[in-house]
Design a protein. Structure first.
Length: 136
């Protein structure tokens, strides 16, 4: 479906932008002009949910003339990964229980946060530029 194609590009790009810029204290011109912060936890929750749902639906639906599942594999996988990282960050900020599993997953997530963000941005750009490419 062409709608999921568009949503995949938008949500992967937005999630990648948030993951790359999270943790920096530099005031963005976008945030100051819109009076909106990309560091808002509720925004991370909503963006994470939408990115994961879009990634899942990209796996289940295909664009006409494309190979099912394989045709949209990278955008779906990066969407699922970026959405999971955003949702896990929200969960970790709200959780009061210290668990060994949470700390191990949290270490892995914090190490790879920016790399997944860069991957999501690159895949979104390539998905936009090359719509008929085999894994994009």
């Amino acid at each position: 479906m062409i709608q999921f194609y568009f949503l995949s590009i938008v949500f992967n790009a937005a999630a990648g932008f948030v993951l790359i810029n999270e943790g920096t204290d530099v005031e963005n011109s976008i945030e100051s002009s819109l009076k909106f912060s990309f560091r808002n936890e509720t925004f991370h929750l909503i963006l994470g949910i939408l990115t994961m749902v879009t990634g899942l639906l990209k796996l289940l639906s295909s664009t006409p003339g494309d190979i099912p599942i394989i045709g949209d594999l990278l955008p779906a996988v990066t969407g699922l990964a970026a959405g999971f990282i955003l949702l896990f960050g929200y969960y970790q900020s709200r959780s009061v229980i210290e668990d060994d599993k949470n700390t191990r997953i949290g270490e892995i997530v914090s190490k790879n946060r920016k790399w997944i963000g860069f991957a999501a941005l690159i895949v979104a750009a390539l998905h936009f530029l090359f719509p008929q490419a085999l894994l994009l």
